[in-house]
Design a binder for this molecule. Structure first.
Ligand SMILES: Cc1ncc(COP(=O)(O)O)c(C=O)c1O
Ligand SMILES: [Zn+2]
Length: 369
């Protein structure tokens, strides 16, 4: 068997691609790969995530649903600093890597059952799932908080998804999206193991674009943890397959307001804010369901965590824009964290670093002063 979907806690394997929780203990599932990465198996003329199709064996090639995601530019900022422009994916964020894999894997099953997709997110993931559902000819219902507004919400609607507004907390929105209804297939990006697994492609791409010499540090923003876990899994697969010599140090970057991983990782107490007012408005998971999994994986990968302040995020956002990189403030969190580590001498300009710029600035709610 080339892969197995199994529980991240009790290791029980899961029988089908639709499951998003362990049937035995309810914990998150993970895709386990039982084969090596081989550069010779890359589809060299395909400049999308699907150049790595061989390494996503649960998707049949004839069933791929793509909008041309992936193979995003990797730009050298200075001698030792690189940006990975995930903001240039089809819907404006890295989430398209998860959506293309997940919806390609499930389309036939959902279509055959005459069903529709359900997701909870008013942000980039909601927009991405809505776009890939449209491309796949599937109906999508996106559950959003009642007070939602802004460019991402507009984007979801333009893709033709049905929007269901839910009053109450963010977890209430997720609960409604998961409630079983006739024909409903829940594909929530946070819990679904295939969405997270699709993010593996980002690690493959970074390594290939740097000729299999990975940078010493990789900085990325963390909220629910799909980006973090996907990237760690991808690099781990490359290291186990002896395609890269060492794992890069993965640095999880969070805002002071939303920093449960940072606090847990550093063995500190985290007090949730009453209200989130951060300009990094995509990073809102104060109580992420994947927290245990994130801590375990970040520790095993010998990674690190950094927390940044609002002024540091804003400064990084402006610095990036003044260099020509227009990203959303949530993406600037990773650049802010890199600058903070430089300032605190926790890293040096001699260490190579790559910062993942996760989402486009064109969706930002900020106004220039
Ligand atoms: C632009 C952007 N960056 C980073 C993240 C964090 O990703 P994750 O929730 O997988 O930790 C998100 C999540 O919504 C996002 O939209
Ligand atoms: Zn289990």
């Amino acid at each position: 068997m080339k892969y197995q979907i199994e529980c991240s806690v009790c290791s029980k394997s899961s029988p089908n691609l639709l499951t998003f929780r362990c049937p035995s203990c309810g914990q998150p599932l993970d895709v386990q790969l039982h084969y090596d990465f081989e550069a010779g198996k890359i589809r060299k003329r395909d400049y999308t995530v699907w150049r790595y199709a061989e390494f996503f064996p649960y998707v049949k090639k004839a069933e791929i649903i793509t909008l041309g995601e992936g193979w995003t530019p990797l730009v050298k900022l200075s001698d030792n600093v690189y940006f990975k422009l995930e903001s240039l994916n089809p819907t404006g964020s890295f989430k398209d890597r998860g959506s293309t894999i997940l919806i390609s894997a499930l389309r036939k099953l959902v279509k055959k059952a005459g069903g529709y997709l359900s997701e909870d997110s008013s942000g980039n993931a909601g927009a991405s799932i809505a776009a890939y559902a449209a491309r796949a000819g599937l109906r999508a219902k996106i559950y959003v908080p009642e007070n939602v507004s802004g460019p991402k919400f507009n984007q979801i609607q333009f893709y033709g998804a049905e929007v269901v507004k839910v009053s109450g907390s963010r977890s209430k929105v997720a609960e409604e999206a998961q409630k079983s209804e006739k024909g409903k297939f829940y594909v929530g990006h946070i819990l679904h193991p295939l969405f997270r697994d699709g993010i593996r492609s980002l690690a493959y791409e970074i390594a290939e674009q740097l000729d299999w010499h990975v940078p010493e540090h990789i900085y990325l923003p963390v909220s629910a943890g799909t980006l973090l876990l996907g990237v760690i899994n991808g690099f781990r697969h490359l290291a186990k397959s002896n395609v890269i010599e060492t794992m890069p140090k993965i640095v999880a970057c969070q805002t002071r307001q939303v920093s449960p991983l940072y606090h847990r990782f550093k063995n500190l107490h985290y007090a949730m804010p009453e209200k989130i007012t951060s300009i990094a408005d995509a990073l809102v998971s104060v109580n992420p369901p994947l927290l245990d999994l994130m801590v375990k994986n970040l520790r095993e990968a010998d990674g690190d965590a950094v927390m940044v302040e609002e002024d540091e995020i804003f400064n990084a956002f402006i610095m990036l824009a003044r260099k020509g990189f227009f990203v959303e403030p949530s993406s600037a969190v990773a650049y802010a964290a890199y600058n903070k580590q430089l300032k605190n001498k926790e890293t040096s300009k001699d260490d190579s670093a790559l910062i993942i710029l996760t989402g486009t600035g064109l969706k930002t709610m900020l106004k220039p002063s």
